[in-house]
Design a protein. Structure first.
Length: 220
């Protein structure tokens, strides 16, 4: 006689429900893994985009927002005004010599009286290279996308360098009428060289970035 208090013995085990639950848990874990990788990828791309301005970003694009283009052109005008300010009597050789001497004293660097004029002149010429190098990069970024992309890199290079050289000529002409300053064809040549050097660096870096992106695309 069967005991009424014991459960009847089941024949076989419900393997199908267990297998379905296991498959659902596995699918859920797989989806979470894909979602995590996607978020990591977006975070990585976002960090690269927000890593700062690089030389490759100084090239005009077809999808250039008008507001951003206006901002770059305003920056170019402001930088040109700064160059004009540096050509006034306020920043004559006497003033920059005094500032350089104070800078050496602040960092406790001793320069002999015979070497100081050479260092002073070298710093002033380096300032010419730097200010017109930055000016050329701003000019390049301020160009309209149709002009840059339609004419190619050579057209952009020569247009930017010619514009920087023309502004340098006007700047040197302006210094003829400034007390304590004088016009110099050599300074104009240095300014043009700084603009050309900055453009070559920008083009070279842009090509390097493009080649690296192509290599990464081939690997994927």
């Amino acid at each position: 006689m069967a005991n009424p208090f014991t459960r009847p013995r089941q024949v076989g085990t419900p393997a199908a429900p267990k297998r379905e639950r296991l498959e659902s848990v596995t699918q859920l874990l797989s989806n979470e893994g894909h979602r995590t990788e996607h978020l990591r990828s977006e975070a990585s791309c976002g960090s690269e985009r927000s890593g700062g301005l690089s030389l490759a970003d100084l090239w005009p694009t077809e999808t250039e927002p008008k507001s951003q283009l206006i901002l770059w052109r305003i920056s170019t005008v402001v930088w040109a005004a700064l160059i004009f300010l540096l050509s006034t009597a306020t920043f004559s050789a006497v003033t920059t010599g005094w500032l350089l001497a104070r800078a050496f004293a602040f960092v406790h660097v001793t320069v002999s009286p015979a070497a100081f004029p050479v260092v002073h002149v070298a710093c002033r010429k380096l300032a010419h290279l730097t200010e017109y190098g930055i000016f050329s990069l701003l000019l390049c970024r301020s160009l309209a996308a149709k002009l840059s992309l339609g004419g190619g890199r050579q057209r952009v290079f020569w247009c930017v360098v010619a514009a920087a050289a023309a502004y340098s000529l006007t700047d040197e002409f302006h210094q003829r009428f400034v007390p304590g300053r004088h016009a110099s064809v050599a300074d104009c040549a240095i300014d043009s060289a700084g603009a050309a050097l900055a453009m070559l660096l920008a083009f070279g870096y842009r090509r390097f970035v493009s080649d690296r992106e192509d290599d990464e695309g081939d690997l994927t």
